[in-house]
Design a protein. Structure first.
Length: 432
């Protein structure tokens, strides 16, 4: 097999081909390096990789490739990050971005992160990486375009932005009154520095030289520790990742109602993930623990061994399971933040699905025969047992307050009033 290069928004495929005869693969993610090692490539180059929403490439995958005698190069983006972390273990970092991470000048992952289009649109970059903003500002100072104070302010402004929002037009609009900004804006189209692309090309040239016979510096190759997590990842990939993901989705499409329901929730997960990313917010540990407890209770995973077996059966690992819980936590947070605006939209959705009149008529009928709150004389535990065990065929939740809030109510008392009214309505015969 030829060399392999993982690349996305940093370089177009034709730019790779100009420098190196290589198999071009999408941005690297967890498991990808281990997979290609099985094809015995002459070298592996990592430029781009996924940062969020998708499990990132493991360090051990790279160490495994090196242990198998395959040189692994990194630069520009995810490649620079991993190379800085693994340079002392044999990974070959190339370029100024790698050097800055390796010596500690850069430390934040967001320096190389960008927003980009999906694979279908060629991973086109939609924001500017901070490392390129720094290189461009330095070049503008060298060219006497930007005064020192203005240059510092450009960097400060860009760094305070979330990486998805770093766009030159927005940065300049926020600083338009500063000295030199107008000149800088005129200079930018021809003077802009693409630091990531520059480093990526340097890495490709280094790989080409190696493949042409240029020796690599000697290094002590460490044996990859065979942990349970590493064995689990290898076993999953060696088994062919179970059934191909697209085939599973095709099976889901054969159940259109379920597909529609899960599609809408998947969209909500993506939107809430993007919102949380824009606010630089990640779920707290206690949120994840609560989501895990709810999931285990719903699925019936009382023992840890049951949970681990479920994770394996669902083609996950603990990191993937945690990512699933984080999605659920973000959906819950996004829903809670919009609680005051949901009712109007829910009514609209009921009308669209032609279920509004049925529920409205039922609500009117229930209100006509309702007793004042708390005067029914019905035991609260009896009502709870009836609702959950008889109506929903499930146990009463341990945390009724959280259950009620998830339904858009203020707490357990409001929830009890609602199901008490339902209990009386159903036992009055009016529900018939």
């Amino acid at each position: 097999m030829t060399a392999v290069v993982f690349v996305g928004p940093t370089l177009a495929p034709e730019a790779i081909s100009e420098c190196l005869d290589a198999t071009i693969l999408p941005p690297v993610r967890q498991g990808d390096v281990y997979r290609v090692v099985g094809d015995k490539p002459t070298a592996i180059g990592i430029i781009d990789g996924f940062f969020e929403g998708v499990p990132s490439v493991w360090h051990k995958e790279i160490l495994w490739a090196i242990e198998q005698g395959i040189p692994v190069f990194g630069s520009a983006s995810m490649g620079a990050l991993r190379a800085a972390e693994l340079a002392n273990f044999g990974m070959i970092g190339v370029g100024g971005i790698f050097e800055d991470y390796y010596n500690g000048t850069l430390q934040d992952d967001d320096e190389v992160a960008v927003l980009h289009s999906p694979a279908e649109l060629g991973f086109q970059p939609l924001s500017e990486p901070m490392v390129s903003i720094r290189a461009t500002v330095t070049q503008a100072q060298t060219a006497a375009i930007l005064p020192s104070d203005t240059a510092s302010e450009v960097l400060r402004c860009a760094k305070t932005m979330h990486y998805r929002n770093r766009i030159w037009s927005d940065i300049l609009a926020a600083l338009q009154d500063l000295p030199g900004i107008a000149e800088f804006e005129d200079w930018l189209p021809t003077g802009r520095i693409d630091a990531k692309a520059r480093d990526a090309v340097a890495m490709l040239e280094r790989m080409s030289e190696h493949l042409a016979g240029s020796p690599l510096p000697p290094t002590d190759i460490a044996r990859t520790e065979r942990t349970l997590m590493w064995k689990a990842l290898r076993a999953r990939i060696d088994a062919g990742d179970s059934v191909a993901d697209h085939s599973v989705i095709d099976e889901l499409r054969l159940q259109p109602e379920l597909y529609s329901t899960l599609r809408d929730r998947a969209v909500l997960a993506l939107l809430s993930r993007e919102e949380a990313s824009g606010q630089d917010r990640t779920p707290e540990r206690d949120e994840l623990v609560r989501q895990m407890e709810d999931h285990r209770a719903n699925v019936g995973l009382s023992r840890r061994s049951d949970l681990m077996a479920w994770i394996a059966a669902n083609d996950l690992n603990p990191e993937g399971y945690e990512a699933m819980l984080a999605d659920a936590a973000r959906i819950e947070a996004a829903t809670a933040s919009r609680a005051g605006r949901l009712d109007t939209q829910l009514l609209s959705e009921l009308r669209r699905s032609d279920q509004y009149t049925q529920l409205r008529d039922r609500a009117v009928s229930k209100a006509e025969q309702a007793l004042p709150t708390g005067q029914s004389g019905v035991d609260r535990l009896r009502v709870l047992m009836w609702y959950f065990e008889s109506r929903l065929d499930q146990t009463v939740p341990d945390d009724l307050d959280s259950y009620a809030v998830a339904l858009g109510l203020t707490g357990r008392d409001a929830f009890y009033e609602m199901i008490e009214a339902e209990f009386l309505y159903c036992h009055s015969g009016a529900a018939e």
